[in-house]
Design a protein around this ligand. Structure first.
Ligand SMILES: Cc1cc2nc3c(=O)[nH]c(=O)nc-3n(C[C@H](O)[C@H](O)[C@H](O)COP(=O)(O)O)c2cc1C
Length: 395
């Protein structure tokens, strides 16, 4: 649940989180004594951008009732590019009906960012400034994970550590550094024929429909090749064929004109007896072949952490042409996404029947996924669906 809340927070804040690497540091403040008050939020930053588009930002957001947003500022118009320690500040007024205040800093793009001496003050009746406690605002203490104590950090694109060597003040400062991710080397692997899918399940369709939810946490258990086979088959496997001059294959999901514009890939991380890698699915042969080997789950993750955690993830792409060649624009505007929805729901229901969870993800970097999967230029990535066994509390 927490993953959704944080994710929505980023999106609602207007941060284009998926165009480039994005690393977030945040904490909440109790608004009770701050409502209606003028504030100044200050932080000291030094930044070594990894490319010309990289920027640093302080940010603060006030939440009101019913998910409404109050004051929000993220320095989008005047981002930080200071290459030596400098003070940055956001000023404003806390909404009188504030329900929550979240603040922090973030980095966009590659680079190394140092942060120290963060303070939050509100104006008093005499016009002076009163300091409000911002625990570990000096980034002096690390927690047991090595990240700054009393702050939340979020990103698989960066490391967040306490640097004791070069603090601006006190014992430490926050150091955010881009992580270099493994690069795929594309080489088609041998075909792996998957075990036959089972046509008998342990729960009814009605039960599966009733239990279906978007699940964003997965147990650490490895999956089996049977699980992989079953999920791929449910998504887009062949369930019948019509023989004529040519054989027509029909699939588990309906498709406008039986044109089947979708392709399915699977990123394997933890499946018993299978090498981690990205594989392409052949529905007709019910087989997979690797397009690149290695654990690329963190490359595929959109910042929500689901893909990185899930033992396996399906990626749906589409060749619109297959459908538009018959139906024109209507094929692109409507039919391909309708096809995708059907296949996605199959995955949801099959996951329930296997005691697993999944979540449809549409918010990701198209360019990043296309590069990682070596997609053709006519091929568009549409859905990412990580899946894994349910954690005990969700059973
Ligand atoms: C087209 C589409 C895109 C979605 N994209 C995301 C996403 O990027 N990240 C995410 O966490 N959930 C995503 N979801 C899941 C929805 O948040 C979820 O379906 C909704 O909150 C309802 O919850 P339920 O699926 O448990 O019924 C998406 C769902 C759909 C249908």
């Amino acid at each position: 649940m927490k993953k959704t809340i944080l994710f929505c927070l980023l999106l609602l804040g207007g941060v284009t989180a998926f165009a480039q690497p994005f690393g977030l540091v945040s904490k909440s403040l109790n608004p009770t004594d701050l409502k209606g008050k003028e504030f100044r939020y200050k932080g000291h930053i030094t930044f070594a951008p990894g490319d010309t588009a990289s920027t640093g930002h302080l940010w603060i957001r006030v939440d009101l009732k019913d998910g409404q947003m109050g004051f929000f500022e993220n320095m989008e118009k005047k981002p930080i590019r200071a290459t030596s320690w400098k003070t940055f500040e956001i000023t404003g007024t806390i909404n009188s009906d504030a329900e929550n205040i979240t603040l922090g800093l973030f980095i966009l793009g590659k680079g190394t960012l140092g942060a120290d001496k963060f303070t939050f003050e509100v104006k008093n009746a005499k016009g002076g400034w009163d300091a409000i406690a911002l625990e570990n605002g000096g980034f002096d203490q690390a927690n047991t994970e090595g990240t700054p104590d009393k702050w939340n950090v979020k990103s698989n694109d960066y490391s967040f550590t306490i640097d004791k060597a070069n603090p601006l003040e006190g014992e430490g400062s926050l150091l955010i550094q881009s992580i270099e991710k493994p690069k795929p080397i594309f080489e088609n692997g041998p075909e792996i024929l998957l075990p036959k899918p089972s046509l008998k399940g342990s729960i009814s369709v009605e039960e599966a429909l009733n239990q279906r939810r978007s699940i964003r946490d997965y147990a650490n258990d490895s999956l089996t090749i049977d699980n992989v086979s079953q999920m791929l088959w449910a998504a887009y496997g062949v369930s019948d064929s019509i023989k004529g001059r040519k054989t027509y294959y029909l699939k588990t999901a309906p498709s406008a004109g039986a044109l089947y514009p979708l392709e399915i890939y699977i990123a394997i991380g933890k499946v018993k007896g299978m090498k981690p890698g990205i594989y392409h699915y052949s529905p007709i042969r019910h087989s997979i072949s690797s397009i690149t080997l290695g654990d690329f789950r963190s490359n595929l993750d959109n910042g929500q952490g689901m893909v990185e955690q899930a033992p396996a993830t399906l990626v749906f792409t589409a060749f619109y042409e297959r459908t538009t060649s018959k139906y024109g624009d209507r094929g692109k505007d409507r039919y391909v996404c309708m096809d995708l929805g059907h296949a996605g729901q199959n995955v949801y229901l099959q996951a329930v029947a296997l005691g697993m969870g999944t979540c449809a993800i549409a918010a990701f970097s198209d360019g990043g996924v296309s590069a990682l999967l070596n997609l053709k230029k006519e091929e568009t990535p549409l859905y990412i669906m990580p899946f894994g066994m349910l954690v005990k509390s969700e059973k």
